[in-house]
Design a protein. Structure first.
Lengths: 254, 319
């Protein structure tokens, strides 16, 4: 079953066509990779899906519902969570509170309930706290719960972003270069974590430059170049694709 | 370390509550003014401190509250304290109406617009808008508040009335800080893109923060009108907004203890050094510059919230 469906998606920034007529599907329960040289428009595609940008034309359908013009927080509550290429944590808050941010959209209490704290509000807080600790444990950061996010190592900050995204109870998680800045050992662990995310029933869409990760983890790969899709297929197909090899290595015309 | 904080808070409260016994009327009145400013600064702290919105027009909401109380009391003789909820409500509604179109503005842009608002309100009041604000002279003859038939009129009586409301404010706002709502404001302050990406409706929370801050400023307006019995547009000028802004930045954004300390420094300290009154602005300016360089988070930045992680216990309120 298709969970996410992109159809003829186009985004222009002034004269630049950042995303040009891109279409692809993400099947539920799979791990899909989006790759391409720098400036190919990968992150722009992510920003379109998550509502940070508005598409100029084309359709984004999530679980049968058109989500093109929804605000980001609505899209998150529908079940799409993301991480950022440049880590965007709440640096001055604790790791636990960063994950609690993800719990926010599954909670209800507002300002009045906060001031008077009826029993249901306390119960909700406790549930959120348990959930947040659970997600920290999932990425092996439970011992860091009370540390400020800015004091975590780079690799751990990336994992914390993953935990925050998972706390929103997504059906699709979008990871923008999750292995960026990680060493080989951390990357190997990350592949493990991504597989565990899949095992939880969450579909994964990721951008990554680390080809070994992409080839190992992804079932399907979509390749972008200059905003347009140039290939789509399984890892072996992509490895053998002439257009992809040219895009990455250049042609030998010169 | 947490216990130490509580000992300091308790000692401070004790000294404050017994101080009217030893102070003369003048100094009690100074403490009353400080109390009002503590409440006002705490209400601005929600907007500026927790949510990070540069709002320099807080006196406008204060004015709406004070004038609501003054007009309804002098015209319809409704007891002033009964007017407190209504004053808060009207200030909140006013905030809702004016903040809705500007809520997406960032930093300095919002600052400029809010400065504009406070000036518009002041000028409207001077020009006797709707013929009910009394123009430049303001409104006089506002009743003293009464509680259970007892008339509050001496500074000593006002001291306990005002600081009672300050205590209620601190209690409720502390709860607010330690909640889903309070956290949401902090997420927005830290990184609004990440906050939206985590599922937080940014405009909604910014707006609610504005409204809650305004409601509280409206409450303060009632107390102010009752205390002064005469109000005039000049009490709600731009400078008042700047003072409040400064208190929050100096004390510590998002920190209740910091804001209280900031109020004592900015409002109380100049009373101690009356003879240097002319140099006040110079000192304020210098202090602000030094603070921004060496301690940009304020004198008493908020400690991180603590949570009880032993899973059987309730989430903790503390520190």
């Amino acid at each position: 079953m298709t969970l996410l469906h992109l159809e003829n998606l186009t985004k222009r920034f002034g004269g630049l066509i950042a995303v040009n007529d891109v279409s692809f599907d993400v099947a539920e329960g799979t791990i899909v990779g989006l790759i391409g040289p720098n400036g190919a428009g990968k992150t722009t595609v992510f920003n379109l899906i998550t509502g940070n940008y508005r598409a100029d034309s084309g359709k984004i359908v999530f679980d049968g519902r058109l989500i093109n013009n929804l605000p980001t927080h609505k899209i998150v509550s529908l079940g799409i969570a993301r991480t950022f290429q440049t880590i965007r944590l709440f640096h001055k808050l604790t790791a636990l509170e960063n994950v609690l941010a993800g719990c926010h959209c599954r909670m209800k209490s507002g300002s009045v309930a906060a001031m008077f704290q009826p029993p249901w509000q306390r119960a909700e807080e406790k549930k959120a706290l348990d959930k947040a600790m659970g997600e920290l444990r999932f990425v092996n950061l439970e011992t860091q719960a009370m540390n400020l996010a800015e004091n975590l190592s780079y690799g751990n900050q990336r994992l914390l972003e993953v935990a925050r995204a998972l706390a929103t109870e997504p059906r699709l998680i979008i990871l923008d270069e999750p292995a960026g800045g990680m060493n080989d050992q951390e990357t190997a662990q990350l592949i493990d974590t991504i597989r565990q995310i899949q095992a939880r029933g969450v579909t994964v869409l990721l951008i990554e430059h680390d080809m070994s990760l992409v080839m190992k983890a992804c079932e399907k790969i979509v390749v972008l170049e200059n905003g347009a899709k140039i290939a789509e297929g399984t890892p072996p197909e992509i490895k053998a694709n002439r257009r992809v090899i040219e895009a990455y290595l250049g042609t030998d015309e010169e | 370390m947490k216990n130490k904080r509580w000992i300091v808070y308790a000692a401070f409260s004790l000294v404050l509550l017994t101080s009217p016994a030893v102070l003369n009327r003048y100094w009690i009145d100074v403490l009353n003014v400080v109390g009002l400013y503590v409440m006002l600064s705490l209400s601005l702290n929600i907007i500026l401190g927790h949510c990070g919105m540069f709002h320099m027009g807080h006196a406008a909401f204060y004015a709406v509250g004070a004038y609501t109380t003054a007009i309804l009391n002098t015209v319809y003789a409704i007891p002033v304290l009964w007017l407190m909820p209504l004053s808060g409500l009207l200030a909140g509604l006013f905030a809702l109406v004016i903040a809705r179109p500007i809520i997406h503005l960032r930093g300095d842009y919002l600052l400029i617009v809010t400065i504009g608002f406070v000036e518009i309100v002041r000028i409207a009041l001077i020009n006797n808008v709707f013929g009910i604000t009394g123009g430049a002279n303001g409104i006089f003859g506002i009743d003293r508040p009464t509680i259970f038939g007892m008339k509050i009129s001496t500074p000593g009586q006002f001291f306990y009335l005002i600081w009672f409301f300050v205590a209620v404010t601190i209690y409720l706002l502390r709860k607010l800080e330690h909640s889903r709502f309070g956290r949401a404001l902090n997420y927005i302050r830290e990184d609004d893109v990440a906050a939206a990406g985590s599922g937080i409706d940014i405009s909604h929370y910014k707006l609610i923060a504005f409204v809650i801050g305004a409601v509280w400023a409206g409450f303060c307006g009632t107390l102010f009108a009752a205390k002064m019995t005469i109000i005039a547009p000049e009490s709600f000028n731009f400078w008042e907004s700047v003072l409040l802004f400064m208190i929050v930045l100096l004390g510590g954004r998002g920190s209740i203890a910091g804001v209280i300390l900031g109020t004592f420094l900015v409002i109380g300290l100049p009373e101690l050094f009356r003879q240097f009154a002319t140099a006040r602005m110079l000192v304020f300016g210098a202090v602000m510059i030094i603070m921004m360089i060496f301690r940009p988070e304020g004198i008493l930045p908020p400690p991180p919230r603590t949570y009880r992680l032993d899973r059987t216990a309730e989430p903790e309120e503390a520190a």
